[in-house]
Structure formats: C-alpha cells, structure tokens
Design a binder for this molecule. Structure first.
Ligand code: ZN
Length: 160
C-alpha cells in the first residue's frame, strides 16, 4: 500500500538502508529512518554481524542516531519508518524513545519466509514468565529496592 509521496520516500530510504546492510555484509536486510516535521533526523541499518552485537537492529541504530544528533533521549513527536515490522526488542525501544507512529514495509510473516523468526519472541513474551524458555528468578529483592529508594531520594533525580 502506498500512503503518500512523502511517506513512500521515507520508506524507500529505509529499504535502501536495508539493502545496504545486506549487500555490505554488515547485517540482515533491515533499515530504518526517524522523521521529525517532514525531515529525516536519524538513520540506521542492521549491523548485528559487523559489530558482533545482537541488539544492533536497524530501528535501534536509527533511534541511537537520532537521539545522538539531537542530544535528547526522547523522540516524542517523531515517526519511524522501518523496512520490516519491528521485533519485540525494537518495539520496546520505540516505546522507550516515545516515538509517535511506526510505518513498516514487510511484515513479520514476510520475514519468516527468509528465516527471521520474530514471531517466536512475540509468542514467548505473551506467555506467563514461568512458562518461557528463558527462566527468570528474583534474588536480593530488598537490597535491590534499596538502590531504587536511593535514586528516589536524590534531590534532583532525572526523570524519564
Ligand atoms: Zn529488532
């Protein structure tokens, strides 16, 4: 589906970055751009292989780029155009960055065709913690809460 000439242009740039990631061997075929007031303010592409970093997804890289350029940790009012429907990690980063809207090209089902199994993570996260493959165990909860309390008691603790 085509949305508007402007939106299509941003998506084509995200797709171009995805091609670059794959052609250069830096990572999978995923790219993303962050848009504020009709202009690209950050770009990223998958660099999982190049940087030996499983978190170096296109969306995360684009968020880091936009935030670094703006000197801000919030991208409120910005949109993200990403070559593919975000995985749960990137969707979490999108929420943390306070992005306004997500435009994506291919779907998770499309990516599944070429071996990217994001659906598995969404399925896992929908399960109660006790039923997930990666176990979670709370230890030293009270001592850990002391760290929270110390933060809360800082006179000018930063809020985000
Ligand atoms: Zn991702």
């Amino acid at each position: 589906m085509s949305l508007s000439a402007e939106a299509d242009g941003f998506m084509r740039r995200a797709l171009e970055l995805g091609r670059h990631a794959a052609d250069s061997g830096e990572g999978g075929p995923f790219g993303a751009v962050i848009v504020r007031d009709g202009a690209i303010v950050g770009e990223g592409w998958n660099r999982v292989i190049a940087s030996s970093d499983p978190t170096a997804h296109g969306e995360v890289m684009a968020i880091r780029d936009a935030c670094a350029q703006a000197g801000l940790f919030s991208l409120e009012g910005c949109d993200i155009y990403t070559s593919g429907e975000p995985c749960p990690m990137c969707l979490g980063a999108i929420y943390w960055a306070r992005l306004r809207h997500v435009y994506f090209g291919f779907s998770i089902a499309d990516a599944e065709r070429v071996g990217f199994d994001d659906r598995r993570f969404y399925t896992e996260l929908a399960l109660p913690a006790a039923q997930r493959k990666i176990g979670q165990t709370q230890i030293l909860g009270e001592e850990a809460c002391d760290v929270l309390d110390a933060y809360l008691n800082q006179p000018d603790h930063p809020a985000y």
